[in-house]
Design a protein around this ligand. Structure first.
Ligand SMILES: [Zn+2]
Length: 453
């Protein structure tokens, strides 16, 4: 073990202030790039260049819009790539500023926290990675094999300009990496049922994503002579059928692995029951399906989210439409989702089509060869934790790089409660000085491992 990097303490004021300065840049990404305030992104990248001089003197940099791909050549085997560290600089907008303790882009630092939009998702990871690389360079630490850093500028609007372009560039250059590390899993406390220890969930893949639009058109007319059903009634029936016929429950290899790793930390009778997980699959899947948080692990989920139709209470609607959002379990596909809707609805008056962004689930997510390294570093930074695998319920930039890596991990070693999780994309996003220190130490120790002989 490389014991040179000390255990995480609270970050000092200067380090906290550097993150706060990053949070003051209003780097909100928009679906329509024309609506993006590019001056704020310019300000953010200027801040990076000024704050991390060694990084910018010694690493090669290529930009893709505001996205930044850094290459840190290996000292002994530069033609090989050991790690690709991803993070994103953009953030989601703030709905209601009034609920915030401090304005979301003020970048306030107090004795315990650094406050602001992006404090967790995901500027803390951009800046922590750079803090780690800068300190490694200062200490003369160099990776044996090449390391890439890739910071996207449009992850929150699907990464089609940033991550997708950077991944394409690496693919075209024939780059293959051992480790791909991105945001996603964290260490939670009080979230996993029946486990007292904090649980680190290192996510090894992600669910897919699709939205199906159901629509009905009708001649309309006066509501006094409606016929058998209106467009609204017909659509309501279709939505109800989709909701009442969910995808089947299914225990995937990742979920089995997750439970196996957690088993030893559980109290009886769960532990014994889980010992029979493969034999008693249906019992385990039923238990997981009982709560929405764990049901997402055992099926492609169905969520009717939008319903439009009608204009006035005494006018027959001419058109009604609904959106149903699906999060797709590995093993199912976007095409399966659409076919499922058509099969279940069985009404050719109801049109079904995909709308918006779609994303396939990770093909065969499993803990890769570098998983144990990430697990070990997590235990070093936060001793006494349970470590398991999981799937990112949403989409991250890592999906564009999936095929380039032997091991994919979506993980940051910060300890969050259920209430903290709600702050992500929510109100009062903040990171504690201690969590931020964990993040920097974790990244630095990773670099030490990639350097050590
Ligand atoms: Zn994010």
């Amino acid at each position: 073990m490389t014991a040179t990097t000390p255990a995480p303490q609270l970050v000092d004021d200067a380090t906290a202030e550097r993150l706060a300065a990053a949070l003051r840049c209003v780097t909100i990404s928009r679906e329509d790039p024309a609506e993006t305030d590019t001056a704020e992104f310019d300000r953010f990248v200027a801040f990076l260049e000024q704050s991390f001089p060694l990084v910018h003197a010694e690493l090669e940099l290529e930009t893709f819009g505001h996205s930044r791909l850094y290459r840190w050549p290996g000292s002994t085997a530069p033609e090989r790539v050991s790690a690709l560290l991803l993070a994103h600089m953009d953030v989601v907008p703030v709905d209601d500023v009034s609920g915030w303790t401090h304005p979301p882009f003020a970048g306030v630092v107090d004795d315990e926290f650094i406050w602001g939009r992006g404090a967790i998702d995901d500027k803390s990871r951009v800046v922590a990675i750079l803090e780690a690389v800068e300190s490694a360079l200062r200490d003369g630490v160099r990776p044996r094999e090449t390391v890439y850093l890739a910071f996207g500028h449009d992850e929150e609007v699907n990464g089609v300009r940033g991550a997708q372009s950077m991944a394409r560039k690496l693919r075209e250059a024939g780059i293959r990496t051992g480790l791909l590390l991105d945001e996603g899993g964290v260490i939670t406390t009080g979230v996993a049922d029946g486990i007292d220890q904090p649980v680190a969930t290192i996510m090894v893949g992600e669910k897919g994503f699709a939205t199906v639009r159901l629509s009905v058109s009708d001649p309309g007319g006066h509501s006094s002579m409606p016929g058998k059903q209106t467009a609204v009634g017909r659509l309501a029936r279709a939505v109800a059928r989709v909701q009442d016929h969910p995808f089947p429950l299914r225990l995937t290899p990742v979920t089995v692995d997750m439970l196996t790793r957690l088993r030893g930390f559980m109290s009886e009778p769960r532990r014994t029951l889980l010992g029979m997980a493969r034999l008693a699959g249906p019992a385990v899947t039923r238990i997981l399906a009982a709560r929405p948080q764990t049901e997402a692990l055992v099926r492609t989920t169905t969520a009717p989210t939008v319903f439009h139709g009608g204009v006035k209470s005494n006018v027959l609607p001419q058109r009604a439409e609904a959106f149903v959002n699906f999060r797709i379990l590995p093993g199912d596909s976007v095409a399966d989702v659409l076919a499922h809707c058509r099969r279940i609805i069985r009404d050719d008056q109801v049109a079904c089509e995909l709308t918006g962004i779609t994303s396939e689930p990770s093909p065969a997510p499993a803990a890769g060869p570098d998983f144990d390294l990430i697990a070990e570093l997590a235990r070093e930074v936060v001793p006494g934790i349970a470590v398991t695998v999981g799937l990112v319920p949403g989409a991250t930039d890592a999906r564009y790089y999936d095929d380039l890596a032997e091991t994919r991990c979506n993980f940051a070693p910060i300890i969050l409660t259920a209430a903290d999780l709600d702050r992500i994309h929510g109100t009062d996003e903040r990171i504690s000085r201690l969590n931020y220190a964990r993040l920097i130490t974790f990244n630095r120790r990773l670099l030490d491992r990639l350097a050590a002989g």
